[in-house]
Design a protein around this ligand. Structure first.
Ligand SMILES: *Cc1c(COP(=O)(O)O)cnc(C)c1O
Length: 353
């Protein structure tokens, strides 16, 4: 009889918040679909595709448009089927079975997931109460465990906290291990090391089109690194990993630079509005919850009844993300944010009475 091996027998398929909710603030997507002008450009790109041909394995046009938007060299860029795919490739190829990877906790759960599939040994550094990364502790852990790689998100999902670039440089300079710096939310903060990849032999940066760019549907991720790492990545990825339509659509998107920088600013102001709305709520309900000052497109809330609030919001058609004693709430449109804040106020009012 065939039986599944130990590393996969207990796994279950990934399920985001299931069901249909009129307000989705649970997945850190952009709250804006693409405008009609860009949709029209996408239609044109679709019209000129050769559907009978394999995609460009190097995703040249896409990588050039991405590099153009960020002002970097296209030769440093590798495209992936979402940054999730790139994380998986890194775990598989840049680490050997039983190598050690250092992660921090809490952080993006996919790192540990792919590490375990690759039979990589994962050592977690627990963040202290302030949820900050202590670079010295990470470096000490890397030294003591002989780790071959470190991975973390900056700014962090789920905490929304961020490390300044001098801290990240200190980490890079303090180790020979590969530092995988996941900048999925860096569009919202501006402390990117994208321009410095050639200064380090151990830096690999990940970016995505799923958050600020508003194209989670396309599944586009990017790795940015020096030529040695980039060449290795291109050699180990599957040749046609990014389909032709996503390549063409992504190229269109990254060429619309004004649109991207404007929508990013709008999302930041919506995040600020959400944050300020919560601060106001705190004034009426002191100590009811605690807030993390955010550097992303979401807000991280600590409260003892996170689960009850989560369920109450769901009953009212609003999906957020429940993470233990925390709620992670993506900035929505003005109307969505207001509906969320109003519902939360009703919840607190009820509890208070
Ligand atoms: C959303 C997210 C990603 C992006 O994943 P994609 O596969 O590109 O959609 C990567 N890292 C973190 C920390 C994220 O939150």
């Amino acid at each position: 009889m065939y039986t599944l091996n130990d590393k996969i027998s207990g796994l279950v398929p990934y399920e985001p918040v299931s069901g249909t909710y009129k307000i989705r603030l649970d997945a850190n997507e952009s709250c804006f679909n693409l405008p009609v002008e860009i949709m029209a450009q996408l239609h044109m790109a679709l019209d000129s595709l050769d559907f009978n041909r394999y995609p460009d394995p190097n995703a040249q046009e896409l990588c050039t448009a991405f590099a153009g938007y960020y002002g970097i060299d296209a030769g440093c860029v590798t495209a992936g089927n979402g940054s999730d795919e790139l994380i998986s490739i890194i775990m598989n190829a840049f680490l050997m079975k039983d190598d050690t990877l250092v992660t921090v906790e809490p952080d993006f759960s996919m790192y540990r997931f792919y590490a375990s599939l690759s039979e990589v040994n994962c050592v977690q550094v627990q963040k202290a109460d302030g949820l900050n990364i202590d670079v010295d502790v990470v470096l000490r852990t890397v030294r003591e465990t002989g780790a071959r790689a470190i991975i973390f998100s900056n700014p962090c999902n789920p905490t929304s906290k961020a490390l300044r670039y001098d801290e990240v440089r200190k980490l890079l300079n303090g180790t020979d291990a590969l530092v995988v710096l996941d900048e999925a939310y860096m569009d919202f903060w501006e402390q990117s090391l994208l321009h410095e990849v050639n200064a380090y032999d151990n830096l690999l940066i990940l970016r995505t089109a799923s958050k600020a760019v508003g194209a989670a549907a396309l599944r586009l991720g990017f790795a940015v690194a020096n030529p040695v790492i980039t060449r290795a990545l291109k050699a180990v990825k599957s040749p046609y990993n990014v389909n032709s339509f996503s390549q063409a659509a992504g190229a269109v998107l990254y060429k619309n630079r004004d649109y991207l920088s404007n929508v990013k600013k709008t999302i930041v102001s919506l995040r600020n509005a959400l944050y300020n709305g919560l601060i106001e709520l705190l004034q009426d309900f002191p100590d009811r919850f605690a807030l993390v000052e955010g550097n992303t497109n979401f807000v991280f809330i600590k409260t003892w009844d996170a689960k009850d609030i989560f369920e109450y919001l769901l009953q009212n058609g609003i999906a957020v993300r429940l993470m233990g004693g925390y709620l992670r709430v993506t900035a929505g449109t003005q109307e969505e944010n207001e509906a969320f804040l109003k519902t939360l106020r009703v919840y607190f009012t009820g509890k208070k009475a």
